[in-house]
Design a protein around this ligand. Structure first.
Ligand code: SAM
Length: 245
């Protein structure tokens, strides 16, 4: 997979429809609802650090990591002024930070990038081992419904004058994976430079995630429709999980 390389430089521009402030408020609402006050936070797959920035401003003791050096380079520019944030290049399927945290986050469907069940098991085990007793794990996924019915076998085009981009998707029924073929044309001087990336997201059924969380010994597993405390239904697009050690 060739993902989040050159795309990293355009990520914040193309994701300007994502309201990270709302996302952060939702995390705070969860913490309030569960009457939990973490001090140390690990954000896995932090990307360009847009959510991390809110954590930094709230004075948590933060570690964030991502697999993509290019995404981290953008995150570094955004986060280097904060003294309470450590930025690392790590793989969530295989990390050992020699530290435990009160809260671990993995947001914006980053978990769907784990396409192999063994890797999912390893990730949840890693998270469990990096949590303090009673520590909390919050993450979300693109639902099976969304990947199958909205994104799958669909093509999206965005024309932003300086950036023209095509997002062509193919659904692999055998493996329940959605393949994204991204083509970007970026204006530089009077030319458009082209580059391509391929991403793969796994379509997980909610019960499969719950089953793997349980096998990693997580307890108090709650599942909500993204950004709410409502139950999920067949057409929920973003599913938010909360589990404790
Ligand atoms: C959709 S982006 C979300 C980024 C960020 N969480 C946000 O909210 O903007 C998915 C991120 O997951 C990262 N990622 C994918 N697989 C990973 C892995 N195995 N370990 C760590 N990061 C990973 C990618 O590099 C990318 O930055």
């Amino acid at each position: 997979m060739n993902a989040y390389n050159n795309f990293a430089k355009l990520y914040d521009t193309l994701m300007d429809n994502v309201d990270y402030n709302r996302w952060y408020k939702y995390i705070k609402e969860i913490l309030n609802k569960y009457r939990y006050e973490p001090k140390t936070v690990l954000e896995m797959a932090c990307g360009t650090g847009s959510l991390t920035k809110f954590l930094c401003e709230d004075d948590y003791d933060i570690t964030c990591f991502d697999l993509s050096e290019e995404m981290l380079s953008v995150a570094y520019d955004k986060l280097r002024k904060y003294k309470n944030c450590e930025i690392l290049n790590q793989d969530m399927t295989n990390f050992d930070l020699n530290k435990k945290y009160d809260l671990i986050l993995c947001l914006c469907d980053s978990l769907n990038y784990i396409t192999d069940r063994e890797d999912l098991i390893n990730t949840f085990n890693n998270v469990y081992n990096h949590l303090n007793e009673d520590g909390m794990f919050i993450f979300d996924i693109n639902s099976y419904y969304k990947l199958n019915n909205i994104i799958a076998n669909n093509t999206f085009v965005e024309d932003r004058e300086e950036i023209y981009y095509i997002w062509d998707n193919f659904y692999d029924d055998e493996n329940d994976q959605c393949e994204f073929y991204l083509t970007f044309f970026v204006k530089e001087a009077e030319k458009y430079l082209r580059f391509d990336e391929n991403h793969i997201q796994k379509a997980y059924k909610t019960n499969e995630i719950i089953e793997v969380l349980k096998s990693s010994e997580f307890k108090n597993i709650d599942v909500y429709e993204g950004f709410t405390f409502n139950s999920i239904n067949e057409t929920s697009e973003r599913i938010n999980f909360i589990a404790t050690k």
